[in-house]
Design a protein around this ligand. Structure first.
Ligand SMILES: Nc1ncnc2c1ncn2[C@@H]1O[C@H](COP(=O)(O)OP(=O)(O)O)[C@@H](O)[C@H]1O
Ligand SMILES: CC(=O)N[C@@H](CCC(=O)OP(=O)(O)O)C(=O)O
Length: 302
């Protein structure tokens, strides 16, 4: 337990970070697997409100994969994924939109506002924020890649960030559901990681932070001693090709690459199961999780 003096010195220690980050935009991707525990969810929400109150400008992009899977199961439908992306037929698209834009988005907005924020829920269709196009999944087999049609799965063709700037400039916290519209107004289910990555790039965010349900990236996911704290682009792409980064981690790493290529300054994948991981990442020197960097990275295995 900290003494009163220790508590005060912790507060003073974050002063340099507040000076550095005041007015800066942070895109936080809050993934469905890190939302499953109610206490933890509450603590993530409080961290985001705290960021806002001390002068940072958080933008939240959320997922909700497990809840979509649960609803589909109730409807008697089995979910399947290709390279971490949900195969999305018409019925799945309707269920995904209902869960993402209808349920999770409104829940997160209500929670943020309960803690004193002014959050506004939107999805990619609002004010033309995200123009989507059909995404073909890439599958790697025996060193070869091929593209697979997985239905109404979208990719971000264009981001028009005006609505986000309007909200940020008026002190709101934008909370964004990962649904977009195609050229003819048709709905696309877009992985939330891609949405977060593209938005972070378009906003030239200070940081993209992806909260997930692992500590970060492992070279070998089954061997915790292979944790990677800094991962370069080339290495990341090779790990995806060779299959050591797989499933839901593929869009996360690709999102970091998109964010940094688009103009974001930094990109981190951190453990959303750890209490206050957001604050630890932003307000301490050591940081946590895996940072994806342009170029080679350190290739460090600790
Ligand atoms: N090399 C790797 N290092 C860490 N996790 C990995 C790796 N390859 C695959 N994964 C998987 O990626 C998962 C995170 O993706 P996902 O379940 O889609 O999370 P979220 O719901 O937070 O978006 C981890 O739980 C883990 O099972
Ligand atoms: C195409 C695709 O896979 N879309 C995702 C959208 C939600 C999401 O990304 O949720 P998480 O962040 O919790 O994984 C899905 O249907 O699950």
């Amino acid at each position: 337990m900290l003494t009163t003096i220790e508590k005060a010195s912790v507060l003073v220690e974050i002063l340099p970070y507040i000076r550095k980050f005041t007015g800066k935009t942070f895109v936080i991707k809050y993934g469905g697997n890190a939302m499953l525990n109610a206490d933890l969810k509450n603590s993530v929400i409080k961290d985001i409100v705290l960021m806002k109150y001390i002068g940072l400008r958080p933008v939240v992009v959320h997922g909700g994969g497990p809840e979509i899977t649960a609803l589909l199961k109730q409807l008697g439908k089995q979910s399947s994924f290709v390279s971490g992306l949900r195969v999305t037929d018409e019925e799945t698209m309707a269920a995904a939109e209902m869960v993402l834009a209808g349920k999770i988005n409104t829940e997160l907005v209500a929670m943020l506002n309960t803690h004193g924020a002014r959050a506004v829920g939107i999805n990619g269709k609002d004010a033309g924020l995200i123009k989507a196009r059909k995404h073909l999944a890439t599958v790697y087999e025996d060193g070869q890649s091929r593209e697979v049609d997985i239905g109404f799965v979208g990719d971000v063709a264009e981001v028009k960030p005006d609505i986000i700037w309007t909200l940020l400039n008026n002190d709101y916290i934008p909370v964004i559901a990962p649904v977009g519209a195609g050229a003819a107004g048709e709905s696309y289910n877009i992985n939330a990681d891609y949405v977060a990555g593209e938005i972070a790039g378009a906003l030239r965010a200070e940081k993209l932070i992806l909260l997930t349900d692992v500590e970060g990236i492992y070279r070998d996911y089954h061997d915790k001693s292979t944790f990677v704290s800094t991962l370069g682009f080339a290495d990341a792409k090779r790990m995806i090709r060779e299959g050591s980064i797989e499933g839901g981690m593929i869009p996360k790493v690709e999102a970091c690459i998109r964010a940094l290529s688009g103009g974001a300054d930094k990109a981190h994948i951190i453990d959303g199961r750890q209490n206050h991981s957001l604050l630890l990442e932003i307000f301490t020197d050591t940081g946590i999780g895996t940072e994806v960097v342009k170029g080679e990275g350190e290739n460090d295995e600790c």
